[in-house]
Design a protein around this ligand. Sequence first.
Ligand code: G6P
Length: 491
Amino acid sequence: QRLVGRELSEYRLIVVSNRQPYAFRMENGNLVGEMPPGGLTAAIDPLMRACGGTWIAQSNGDSDHLAMDADGRIAVPLDSPAYRLRLMDLTEAENDGYYYGFSNQGLWPLCHVAYTEPIFDTQDYEAYKSVNRKFANLVVDEIGDGPAIVLIQDYHLALLPRYIRQVCEDVIIGQFWHIPWPNTDILRICPWQEEILDGMLGHDLLGFHLSSDCDKFLDAVARNLNAQVDSQFGLVDYQDEMTLVRPFPISIDFDSLDAEARTAEVESEMARLSQEFGLDTGRILGLGIDRQDYTKGIPHRLRAVERFLEKWPEYQGKLVFLQAGATSRTNINSYMQLTIDIESIVNRINERFGDGDWQPIAYWPTSFPSATFSALRRLASFCAESSLHDGMNLVAKEYVASRVDEDGVLILSAFAGAAQELSSSIIINPYASEQFADAIHQALTMSDDERRLRMRHMRSIVQQNNIYNWAGRIMMNLMQASTPDHARLPA
Ligand code: G6P
């Protein structure tokens, strides 16, 4: 009932996430803000640019040289300020327990079926709780006495809604969970599952990518808490509070990626890269872009390229597969091991097939300016996204948005949320190397007409369900969730 008698525009918008949307650094004496890898910031930044408000996040420790207001808010983006960023410092011990520990060695592997065992350590969980409380204090301070809408992002902050709700009545709270939700039998591995569920029911609205994630969440609530669950409406009645649970498949800013792909800067990057990969002399580029994470199926993808070269030797000397994207969470053993594994597979394939100036695999484990990624997407005959499990996979949507020529083939894992919308890609099982290798062959031998038809279809889907459409639907549902009749309104 929090919206009754008020207009949406009277509410202050506060977004909270662990990761800050820009990493700041000095370049030729100037401060620049660069977006970190990962889908969350890429998706939420355009929304904040359009709506304004405050984004609260953990500090990278790189904001010392930035101009701030009295409460430490920074106007961003630096070159055309549209919203404010409020950063929170964590101690190393807090970050180790909350971010590297419970969030990324506990919840992350718990929520993804990638066969990495979750680690649940009591001290990590204590740090997780205390950091969520710390975020709550800052959010409450930011709310002040005005009515506010708080949009929490992701699994780092599952307890935050409950902590805010304990202090503030006049606030509408929603969360978007950017990763999959586990089935109820797997959730049981987490010793604090009930507390996590209780925390998340501090929300008016809870969003997941897929309706299957919503169903699994509702099942967990029904089995673990004393709550009334209406699975048909996606509604939970718990301790006299209602939470709406709805799917919102996240997306990208299609128009801006489409426009970027047409710029002179991207054209000139294309000319440079084309020469670098020998595309001007008839070579073909295949592409994989990922934040380096064991859920992305990078070794599986490289093995499929290897099998492809073995099966169709006429592509030896011709196909270059580029695996690009920054390393991630490098303090965690499973991530260090992944880097070692990828390097050894790349070396093996290059030693096995490489000849003269041709190496089949190019490996660029760093980040690049967005114009470079855009040029690579435009040049690649196919893009392979082979997640073992993924909430959405925005790289797949970015590839489609950059293909202004309506060419190129997307090979996409059936286990990425994006596969539900992008059914005109070639859908693969990343564990099945033979099928994956065949998919590469199918991509490279597909007729011009079929390529165009598939790409046109995917582009129209992403253009329609873009990030603004996603945000609009979340806002509409938040309004429904905070009015008395919300259960009767359609999703
Ligand atoms: C995924 C998560 C985000 C996270 C991003 C990058 O997309 O859902 O919450 O920000 O990965 O990971 P990092 O740990 O570097 O923030």
